[in-house]
Write a protein that binds this ligand. Structure first.
Ligand code: SAH
Length: 238
């Protein structure tokens, strides 16, 4: 089995020849040292996965022939992960884990106690791509721009349920109980937690269920993985 697995940002189909971009050519032919005739797996996030063969190895471009489709596109469940960005390495971790665990969309949100004022969306998106390459996913979740939580809630879709992970419920034993299928989102707060105003607003939303993640206060990155696990095991594709 070819071990290199690469995301290509162009629609793929059997029989096509494609040129990887400069960075990808550097990775394939410079770092991984693929040569003419070597095989790899490629995916585009919308058409599944393909077996490809190197037809031209050039560190500035080269040519890949898309030979055959090896897997169909597997969409994750309609689950968004909303989280307040924290320190760089921990934010990177959250994006990577969300992509691996099967979130369909990753939405950084600015809450009252969020320190980060901006994010590098392109860098976070690259982490989601790398996670999909590594975990065998055929879909890459989109990383959205940073938005204010109150603005996001102003326009919250009526049919999208919200798993509101509320640290005020530590130890309350209120896990996700009234779960039903359909579009969902998970909301994880920043290191400082949610403000009283935010908590009151979220608790009043008919789409929201306030949820406890056990008797200990988890760091936001741990909480994101725990919440994704809980949701996936109850309602997802595990
Ligand atoms: N500083 C806050 C904790 C914030 S933890 C305090 O001391 O209370 C960061 C985020 O992780 C929280 O906003 C919440 O979304 C989630 N979280 C952590 N532990 C949790 C738990 N036991 N139950 C529910 N959510 C939790």
């Amino acid at each position: 089995m070819a071990s290199v697995r690469l995301y290509l940002d162009q629609s793929l189909a059997e029989g096509q020849s494609v040129s990887p971009g400069r960075d990808q050519a550097h990775y394939l032919f410079g770092v991984m040292r693929l040569a003419v005739g070597d095989e790899l797996r490629v995916f585009d996030g919308r058409s599944g996965e393909f077996r490809a063969v190197v037809r031209g190895a050039d560190r500035r471009g080269g040519t890949l022939e898309i030979v055959e489709r090896t897997r169909a596109l597997q969409m994750p469940p309609d689950l968004w992960l909303l989280f307040a960005p924290i320190k760089k390495a921990r934010t990177d971790f959250i994006v990577e884990k969300a992509a691996e665990m099967g979130a369909a969309r990753i939405c950084p949100v600015q809450t009252e106690f969020t320190n980060a004022e901006r994010i590098r969306r392109d860098r976070l998106q690259a982490h989601a791509v790398e996670a999909a390459e590594q975990c065998g996913g055929t879909f890459v979740p989109e990383v959205a721009d940073l938005v204010r939580l109150d603005r996001l809630l102003d326009n919250w879709p009526g049919d999208r349920r919200l798993m509101f992970c509320d640290e005020a419920l530590v130890g309350a034993g209120a896990a996700l109980t009234e779960a039903g299928p359909g579009p969902w989102a998970i909301l994880i707060g920043p290191e400082g937690g949610f403000s009283d105003t935010e908590r009151a607003r979220l608790r009043a939303m008919p789409q929201a269920s306030a949820v406890s993640l056990g008797p200990r206060v988890l760091r936001a990155d741990t909480a994101a993985v725990a919440a994704l696990t809980l949701w996936q095991s109850l309602l997802g594709d595990w």
